[in-house]
Design a protein around this ligand. Sequence first.
Ligand code: CP
Length: 304
Amino acid sequence: MERTQLTTSANLTREEVDFFMEEAERLRGKNTEDLKGKVVATVFLEPSTRTRLSFETAAHRLGSSVITIADPKTSSVTKGETLADTIRVVDKYADIIVMRHPTSGAAEEAINYTDKPFLNAGDGPNQHPTQSLLDIYTIKREVGGIDGKTIAFIGDLKYGRTVHSLTYILCLYNPKKVIYISPNELRVPEKYIQMLKDKGIEFEETNDLDAKMPEIDVVYMTRIQQERFESEAEYVKLKGSYIMTPETVKLGKESLRILHPLPRVDEITPEVDDMIQSACFRQVENGVYMRMALLKNLSKNYYK
Ligand code: CP
């Protein structure tokens, strides 16, 4: 496996995804020296809790040092420095670059300015490939894999980059069915529907969560993302569209599992956290091991 950069889930192969999941499992709970002497830069030009801290935890657990831009307001981006120059500069300091950016396509642009190991930690509403890898890893651990299973995406499927990235990965496997449940205004972009059609994967788009609950194996809840809307009024109209309560969970199978990339606002009530069906915080932990697997192997492929 020769990959050194990851900007999108679109070009991941099933072999790679399986390898990263096996590697995450091997690294589970371990501290290693795989990145001893290396410097990982986390360049976060959009807010984050999980992705930045889990990448930094992963880097430390692999023995590397970490430098960070945690807030664009404290960087020279606020003085008008371009993405190109920011990446050219970080390339001179760090051995591995992890970047989050508010603009779709920023990760693809950034790799024009560095050939070093590079990971997209989310680019606007476009892609969040490392999240989708920790999501599929969580699905594998929780329900044994995606083959033959029905997965339902719920909430903001238009701007939800985690939904977009995970849809690419699902298409590498053989799910029974993919269900997209959203308000009409927040439907998944047509290109993802077309991809499912091309792959011959059964899918459905609907507004009705309760009616679908009995047939779902994995619920993937998402937040209605205020920051993606042009007006407050548009956001207020749609917020609270879907709320997962214990009563909703009880409409589903006993083996149902609920994932959420987090952060949540009100779309999963706190009472659900205590139910075995809620895998959200196990998903958070899995993120560290998946990011260890990615940092270790993209680096190994580059620094041979
Ligand atoms: N899941 C996720 O991307 O969370 P953060 O925005 O906190 O990084």
